[in-house]
Design a protein around this ligand. Sequence first.
Ligand SMILES: [Zn+2]
Length: 376
Amino acid sequence: MDVSARLTELAKLRGTRETPVVSVYLNTRWGDEHQRDRVRVFLKNEIRKARKASTAEGMEADLDWIQAEGDALITQSRFPEAHGVALFACRALGLRDIIPVRVPFESAFVVADAPHLSPLAALLEKTPSALVVFVDGESARLVPLTTEGVGEEVALESEVPGHHRRGGWAQLAQSRYQRHIQDHRGRHFEAVVEALIGLTEGNGVRRILMAGEPRTIAVFQKRLPNRIAERVVGSIAGARHESAAVLVGRAAEFLAHLRGGEGADAVEAVLTEAAKGGRAVAGLEETLEAVARGAVQRLYLLGRFSQPGRLCVECGALQSGDAASCRLCGKPTEAAELGGAIVDRVIAAGGKVETVEIHQALARVGGVAALLRYPL
Ligand SMILES: [Zn+2]
């Protein structure tokens, strides 16, 4: 199951106060032993605190499992390639989930009545599936980037005969030979285009990043059908002898920059739409209303958004402020962090969540806005 499907499944899970869900996010990408130690110490301390704080049934077993899995991750006997790992445990729900990804998480340890999902949701939006396509005159390599990591590289090669300079009668052969090479190259590119179409459409690839010599890339791109060409987001340098890891590192940097710009533009568009009273809302109250109606298609949230509020124990309404009884049904409410609660509901209702690190206009409206499926 891919990460996005698992996220949707996790968002549907609800424990209780007696049987809470433990959610753990770890950075498993260490520059040195100190960083590795810091993760080890973080996990040990959090588990100790949780053991002290909780008398919940099944909690001991959940924490034992997290300790054992955490040890395996930290010694890299499990998922040595992962840069970040999320773990979810709740014995009562039969939940034991480990999700390795290719981007580091900030360490987090949360015990609550539902899985803590915002870091995972934010990650999914930040790392869309992309395809790095290196191509030269006689070979090509297609490297898929997924949330789980670098996918299996597809190497495409066709042998092109060597090139020898001759005079006289050989000149004719030479020109035929040149045509043959051109033909051959043409077929090579066509074959690469076919493979690219298959991979792109078969895997829902939204972004293609070309790698190689600029002139080769320009010629190659002319052969792409429009529906594929419009997914090409740019190109990076690349040479045949470079490893997939080198190409992927360059590609990840390019995509990260691209993402920053696009995210900001999308937020601007949503704020404008909200100001016009169209298919968008801005601000906490309006967003809560849209969330309650299940109308959010895409939520935009400042990365540091956190807001205490109330959750109605009867009707489940999320409300700002600190009223002890529900505005809608009058029943008692309990304290809830609205940011996390909103994210969970949007995901559970099939919406997407995008975390924005810095955005002044979004901050001015309260740090949250949403594109809607229909106007409220
Ligand atoms: Zn209520």
